[in-house]
Design a protein around this ligand. Sequence first.
Ligand SMILES: Cc1ncc(COP(=O)(O)O)c(C=O)c1O
Length: 495
Amino acid sequence: MPTPTDESPATDAVETLDPADWDAMRALAHRAVDDGFNWLRSVRERPVWQPTPDAVLSRFHEPLPKGPQGAERAYEDFTQWILPYPMGNVHPRFWAWYMGNGTPLGAIGDFLAAIVNPNMGGGNHVANHVERQVVDWCKEIVGLPLSSGGLLVSGGSVANLVGLTVARNTAADCDVRAAGVRALPAPLGFYTSAEAHSSMQKSLELLGLGSTSLRKVPVTASFQIDVAALEQQIAADRQAGILPACVIGNAGTINTGAVDDLAALARLCKRQKLWFHVDGAIGAVVAIAPRHRHLVAGIEEADSVALDLHKWLHVPFEAGCALVRDHSAQRAAFALTPEYLEHAARGLASGPLWFSELGPQLSRGFRALKVWLSFKEHGLDKFGRLIDQNIAQAHELARLIALEPALEVMAPVVLNIVCFRYRRPGATEAQANAFNQELLIRLHESGIAAPSYTTLGGKYCLRAALANHRTRPEDLGILVQAVLKLGADLGASAR
Ligand SMILES: Cc1ncc(COP(=O)(O)O)c(C=O)c1O
């Protein structure tokens, strides 16, 4: 039998998706790497963001391509229609919402993961050991024991869903998997601050508990949960026949970066026998930052933690991690093994690592590879220093803003989020809000910088989340000057 080689021609009889000409495909791949890295290297020279022209958008209404266009043509279309119009989060002056920037080796990781292309649901293959390794590293980052359960997920939202599912089932005192939530002896109460991320509400809705089961506790002036008010709410709920189930602490809120007093919440949960979940999508990784790790002290007491690797650790999207201290409770919440997936003692279907039994997905991608490569490339000490660097940049930005009489800082800076706005003396709140909204849009359209926005106490703010490993000190001054100029122009045209 002839051995297949690179030169094996495709026959008419047998079709495959492999290239007829491997050398041409290899050349295309080399070009893609060159183009991609040139594009990344020169990112600073381009606008942060620009709208995609209508002529380009119209390209995405083509009929289903029934015949082949070929790899070259498909790649050309990518370079013409997609590459020039990025969201912008690879740029040094992108500080919108909360996103990482990716890394070159992370991108190679995605490519190599697709080459090996394992399905990470389970089975006996080495890629599962890579994920187990990476998940163990995440446990070490936040201080959870290695005996904890955990898996990689798409991001913080699903990591929260995983943690809250186990919390619900543990508190339920009935077989909620079999009987559903209608079998609950009493409505469950989940407690978090009014500043918590929307994924908490979404999770409780998906879990059939309803958004009213999420009790939003007021925050202090520093946007941390008011622990005394939390205790009162729990007591009042018990009186009213609600079964308190879980407290969700925030390690970095999306609006201002506030970190709840996690140690106090851990103590409260122990006293009250409640599940303690921490949404650490933003801030769990502060635990590796030498100058700021004290801010998240207490996270190691959590029953479950959601952390994001595609945010402050810059792993390319998507990559989050759900950790659950009680591995068997996590398994009990998710394991479901039909005949065709039963584990064997030996062979491909053997092995101890079946991540499909720890979360909602069966088929799963090899996200772990890009994380594994990134951690090995840089070492966690460097990621920790970068987190400290971003926090210092946020304080510096707040200082620069405070120096400008036309601007005001709108919330204390704890981590790396700075909320501020252009002052409009004499304007109504609605006018000041509309002014700042328009200013932000003009800033985006200028391509100079991309912060995002939030509303604090009814006041619309610009919001810069400095989770960017490419930001340099001079970028902060560029933002302030651009806001001053656009604000002055806008003020002049409003008069
Ligand atoms: C505090 C917080 N929790 C959860 C999430 C959801 O994470 P993801 O977008 O990765 O699903 C976010 C997203 O920004 C967040 O900021």
